[in-house]
Design a protein around this ligand. Structure first.
Ligand code: ADP
Ligand code: MG
Length: 658
């Protein structure tokens, strides 16, 4: 009975580039292999056996000639179609086993099924049963380094059988084994042949070749003889009738389903995770760039947000219906301290306007304050009554001054908590005198502690009628600012324009500027925005640097793991599988780096807030999300190039790499 033709080579040639010339290694091989055969290819070292075997196994392609698998020409197949053949049809056994060192025996056996999209439970079952059949049931959890050569070769046989292994290709399978283990392996291969597997063995050892019924000898890249060894019984006669074990063990409907894709993604994820664990130190160092970058960005953004939130809430406490008039031309005008354009008469003029609820004035100065032997520098705020309401200042004790006292330029003052503590440790300050500059002032009230910006930190601040400061302390007739509170019902822009025209008429020019709490808030928001943008630019630079670090390490990793990539390709990984594995690894490194960066930033922020209570850091979900998304994007952007170069490796060259 003639069995089905599985493989058909016609005039197959293979040449390698050697310097500037082509060296032909295979000179026109014609070969047909039928289902159920056991073929030994024998020949001296360097005769081209491995080259031929790699072509048969679709790891390599002929330079010319045709090679058909199951009647289909391989010449026009896409890389992924060849990967499918390697995965579902062939099973490879290599001289040096080519197991993955960081996986245990069972996981190694499963690799082809992972790429074929077999469910985890089925994979485990089959891997265990195959290892059991090969006498390794005690060793399923062992790593290759914990197994002897013979055991490793049996693991690799189990791997070849995982997806069915209709054709088993064994390149010098006993070459690295002692005689006894070699005999075991050969017996296993014979048993598999008896079960219906087609087997092709490459060897330079005539005793091994003697196990096969068909022996093909190769010399210098040409077939010298193709003989039947009559000492070996005809496998076709012995083979069992039912050969279901030889059929591919893949449920094709499931393999194409979404579930299988998710499963494959999960496996790629696990592999990437394992690789990261295997190189912990390197992974950590790579991550460090991303961690520092993300940490810096998140912290600075939180700091800026915290500061602006604090200021804005301060301003909000002032209410939005006040407009402040300052001397000078704009905010930050360096001459504004010397511009003497605002006077008490402007104050009176504004008081007469219909939209005005009340007007208050301030004159600021700093002065030495004394009481007995105690003395300190203090901020003196010359104010009108309104200031207490506008800034939400509350009295702890005593009273605030009256309008009559303002008009009379009385020597009275309200002191803040800092001043009270400094000069009156135990006594009640109300009713006592202090000397401000050269002027004695009676304290009539004490304020509760506040975080209003009118009191700067620990600095003692004294509030006294602006009239008193102008005449008694400074002897000047101009004001530091005028605060206009608008009546309810008038809009701020209308009031602003009215104030402008009143003052312009009086002064003849615009030597003042207005600030409403609206404009302050806007300018703070703008400043925060500019600041955030600037930081973001720096962040982008630092993250690009981190990304380049990731790319560098990924390139090293690809180079280091070239052999692993070759093995994965030999057992049927698609280019996309390899790409996914390395890309996931890069993204995981970056994303984890990003998360750690956020976490560290948060921890450091909490610590700083504990130590320095005046600093507030405000973390927003947005910025944290942005950080994590950015870092993942960096992983994709900088991981893609190395991952793609990994996926495009030539399997043969990759396998040859040590
Ligand atoms: P065998 O397996 O029979 O020992 P090979 O098939 O490995 O022999 O090699 C056959 C010939 O092809 C050798 O002379 C070898 O130097 C050459 N050869 C194999 N691989 C390459 C390659 N990648 N580039 C150049 N020459 C190669
Ligand atoms: Mg060889």
């Amino acid at each position: 009975m003639q069995h089905e033709v599985l493989l058909e080579l016609k005039d197959v040639r293979r040449s390698y580039q050697s310097g500037s010339s082509q060296v032909e290694v295979l000179h026109g091989i014609d070969l047909t292999v039928r289902r159920g055969e056991m073929v030994a290819i024998i020949g001296p070292s360097g005769s081209g056996k491995s080259t031929l075997m790699n072509i048969i196994g679709c790891l390599d392609t002929p330079s010319s000639g045709s090679y058909k698998v199951l009647g289909q020409d391989t010449l026009n197949m896409e890389p992924d179609e060849l990967a499918t053949l390697r995965r579902d049809f062939f099973g490879f056994i290599f001289q040096r086993y080519h197991l993955l060192g960081h996986l245990c025996a069972r996981e190694n056996v499963q690799v082809p099924a992972v790429y074929a999209g077999v469910r985890k439970r089925k994979r485990d079952e089959r891997a265990n049963s195959l290892l059991g059949l090969l006498g390794l049931e005690e060793r399923v959890e062992y790593r290759p380094s914990q197994l002897s050569g013979g055991q490793q070769q049996r693991v690799s046989i189990a791997r070849a059988l995982m997806n069915g292994g209709q054709i088993i290709l064994a390149d010098e399978p006993t070459g690295a084994l002692d005689t006894k283990s070699g005999q075991d392996v050969m017996r296993t291969l014979q048993e598999l042949n008896a079960k219906g597997h087609t087997i092709i063995i490459v060897t330079h050892d005539p005793r091994i070749a003697a196990c096969a019924r068909r022996v093909i000898s190769i010399e210098d890249g040409s077939i010298k003889s193709d003989t039947i060894n009559h000492d070996v019984p005809d496998p076709f006669a012995v083979q069992e009738q039912e050969q279901q074990d030889v059929e591919p063990h893949i449920n094709n409907r499931w393999a194409r389903s979404l579930g299988a894709h998710i499963d494959r993604f999960k496996e790629a994820f696990v592999m990437a995770y394992r690789a990261m664990l295997a190189n912990r130190m390197r992974t950590l160092l790579t991550m460090l760039g991303i961690i520092i970058g993300i940490m810096a960005v998140v912290s600075v953004v939180a700091l800026a947000r915290g500061a602006s939130e604090r200021i804005i809430s301060n301003i909000a406490s002032m209410g939005t219906n006040t407009i402040t008039v300052y001397p000078g031309e704009r905010m930050g005008d360096v001459r504004s301290g010397r511009v003497r354009s605002l006077t008490p008469r402007d104050l009176k003029a504004l008081e007469g306007q219909p939209f005005v609820d009340s007007v208050s004035a301030t004159v600021q100065t700093s002065s030495l304050v004394r009481r007995g032997a105690e003395e300190s520098n203090a901020t003196v705020q010359g104010v009108s009554l309104d200031v207490f309401r506008v800034h939400g200042l509350k009295l702890k004790d005593g009273r605030i001054f009256s309008q009559r006292e303002v008009d009379a330029k009385s020597q009275v003052c309200v002191v803040d908590d800092n001043t009270a503590k400094l000069f009156f440790a135990t006594e009640n300050p109300v009713g006592k005198n202090i000397i401000v500059g050269n002027v004695a002032m009676r304290i009539i009230g004490v304020l509760e502690p506040t975080d209003s910006f009118i009191i700067r930190g620990e600095n003692p601040t004294i509030f006294t009628p602006y009239t008193s400061v102008m005449t008694r302390l400074l002897n000047q007739n101009y004001l530091s600012s005028i605060v206009v509170r608008i009546q309810d019902g008038f809009s701020a822009p209308v009031a602003e324009n009215a104030i402008k025209s009143v003052l312009k008429n009086r002064h003849g020019r615009v030597d003042f500027f207005l600030q409403s709490s609206d404009t302050i808030m806007k300018s703070i928001e703008e400043a925060t925005m500019t600041f955030t943008l600037m930081i973001s630019a720096i962040a982008v630079i630092s993250l690009v640097v981190g990304g380049i670090g990731v790319m560098n390490i990924m390139l090293v990793s690809v180079t280091e793991r070239t052999r692993e990539i070759g093995i994965r390709m030999a057992v049927g990984a698609r280019q996309a599988d390899i790409l996914a594995q390395f890309l996931i690894e890069a993204v995981m490194v970056c994303m984890l780096g990003g998360l750690l960066g956020v976490l560290f930033s948060y921890a450091v922020g909490q610590l700083i807030m504990q130590l320095v209570p005046t600093i507030t850091l405000s973390y927003s979900i947005d910025s944290i999300l942005a950080a994590v998304i950015t870092s993942s994007a960096i992983g994709i952007a900088f991981g893609f190039m190395p991952a793609r170069s990994a996926s495009r490796l030539n399997p043969i060259e990759a396998l040859a790499r040590e």
